[in-house]
Design a protein around this ligand. Structure first.
Ligand code: 4AD
Ligand code: MG
Length: 440
């Protein structure tokens, strides 16, 4: 139904380079305002949104009627002249000359997500469509920038990307959150909880490595911080202590935040994120021990006792008044994973560190120094009632050139939730997987 010649195809984000030119934009109808003899279709094309203007007196009647009866999320190509317009979203408008509709969404079955408020379950059921909305679009664009910043940081700092397997015969983070896979014949196999054990092998081969991929936790809890499938980036360094790990984590987090502030201002604006809070994310991060954290929590009314792990509420209390991430180290050895190096000066605490994001967001990074002594590691494995055979290869790393080493893991979704200022991690990944959510 093209009723005049189409111009060159452009994307909305490039409109500024085509002022005064007649161009075509292929997209979907986001919204339509009509006022008598003028229609204002708002077009979105994935790169941005643009208000377009159709004037009855200047268009063939059929074209104007087509525009006037467009329905939400119909697919269409608009052709017209680009004009700078200071007051318009994005700064440009199109004066429409012609329209080609590819599929008109029928009135009898309208697009289910309307500008009115919908409940979260409805939106999650329609996640495949919800992704088109302004807010979700902005969040996933920030996520993309975070992922790029993460890769660039490690690539630019001498780390080699070596990805780790997803099917694993051994547990890394304790047996209570393992997903068992019922397929392999001769051994028990699980979905990976973390690539760390393999990272320790690759760090001994490459010095500094990282892996970046999906990880899985059979979390029985339904919280705003937990997914069953999430993406984790994990660096690992040979010849490194907990101090090296902390410094790396600090530089890393700051570079990711700075990158989003630099490249994704528009998206943060859509999300109404107070960017001053993110600007504050600069070194040095306040450091405290687990002991101090417990003291602070008790003073603030938490029921936590020395020896137990922080609950979500504890992390919120610790970080809500902070203006930048904090680093908490030396957690009780008894509550931490088997591989954590006990502090030689005080073996009841381990050389592990968590980075907690401010404004109540809580843990985004967990890491630390690993045990490199064979006998100590063996005895820790037994204390944790873990089978020895699946860890045989891991023990080799302590038999052949063992060195102090360490690293950390950062959950991408938690980091994005904090940067975007979101209440829940479920909006930070395109298709979240949670205890009660495996569709769409
Ligand atoms: O603290 P965690 O369990 O540490 C590890 O897995 C280490 N092996 C990492 C390492 O040292 N290489 O998890 C690391 C991070 C957490 O700080 C959090 O950001 C994220 O992974 N995370 C989750 N994110 C979403 N949903 C969950 N269920 C998560 N569990 C952990
Ligand atoms: Mg942790």
């Amino acid at each position: 139904m093209s009723d005049s010649s189409a111009g060159p195809r452009i994307r909305i984000e490039d409109a500024g380079k085509h002022v005064g030119e007649t161009v075509s934009i292929a997209g979907w109808l986001y919204n339509l305002r009509k006022s008598g003899k003028i229609v204002f279709p708002i077009l979105r094309d994935g790169s941005g949104m643009m208000q377009c203007v159709g004037v009855k007196a200047e268009l063939p009647e059929e074209t104007f009627e087509t525009l006037k009866h467009l329905t939400q999320e119909s697919s269409l190509v608009l052709t017209g002249k680009i004009r700078a317009e200071e007051r318009a979203m994005g700064g440009y408008e199109m004066d429409i000359q012609s329209v080609e509709v590819l599929q008109r969404v029928p009135e009898s079955q309208p697009y289910p997500i309307t500008p009115k408020e919908h409940g979260i379950d409805f939106l999650m059921d329609n996640r495949h469509l919800w992704l088109r909305s302004k807010r979700q679009h902005a969040i996933l664009r920030v996520r993309h920038e975070v992922v790029r910043a993460v890769r660039d940081f490690f690539d630019d700092n001498g780390f080699t990307l070596v990805d780790c397997p997803i099917f694993t015969p051994a547990s890394c983070e304790g047996t209570t959150t393992l997903f068992e896979v019922d397929y392999f014949e001769d051994e028990k196999v699980y979905l990976t909880q973390s690539g760390q054990l393999y990272n320790e092998a690759t760090a001994m081969a490459f010095g500094k490595t990282y892996c970046f991929g999906p990880t899985f936790r059979a979390e029985k809890s339904k919280t705003r911080r937990h997914l069953t499938e999430f993406w984790m980036v994990e660096p690992e360094m040979a010849y490194a202590t907990i101090e090296d790990v902390k410094q790396l984590a600090e530089r890393f987090v700051c570079s990711v935040v700075a990158r989003v502030l630099d490249k994704k201002r528009e998206e943060l604006k859509v999300l109404e994120r107070d960017t001053a809070k993110l600007e504050a994310c600069v070194p040095p991060f306040p450091r405290m021990s687990y002991d101090e954290a417990v003291r602070i929590l008790q003073e603030k009314g938490s029921a936590i006792e020395w020896g137990s792990d922080f609950g979500g509420t504890d992390e919120t209390i610790l970080t809500e008044s902070q203006d930048r991430p904090i680093m908490v180290d030396r957690f009780p050895t008894a509550i931490k994973a088997f591989y954590m190096q006990p502090d030689p000066a005080r073996p009841e605490v381990a050389l592990g560190v968590d980075v907690l994001a401010p404004e109540g967001y809580g843990e985004i990074i967990g890491g630390g120094e690993r045990i490199h002594d064979l006998d100590l590691l063996m005895s820790r494995l037994r204390e944790h009632h873990l089978p020895e055979e699946p860890f045989d290869w891991y023990m080799d790393l302590r038999r052949y050139g063992a060195v102090p080493h360490g690293g950390f893991g950062m959950g991408i979704e938690r980091c994005v939730a904090w940067i975007c200022g979101l209440e829940h991690v479920r909006e930070t990944i395109a298709f979240p997987r949670m205890l009660y959510r495996t569709k769409p």
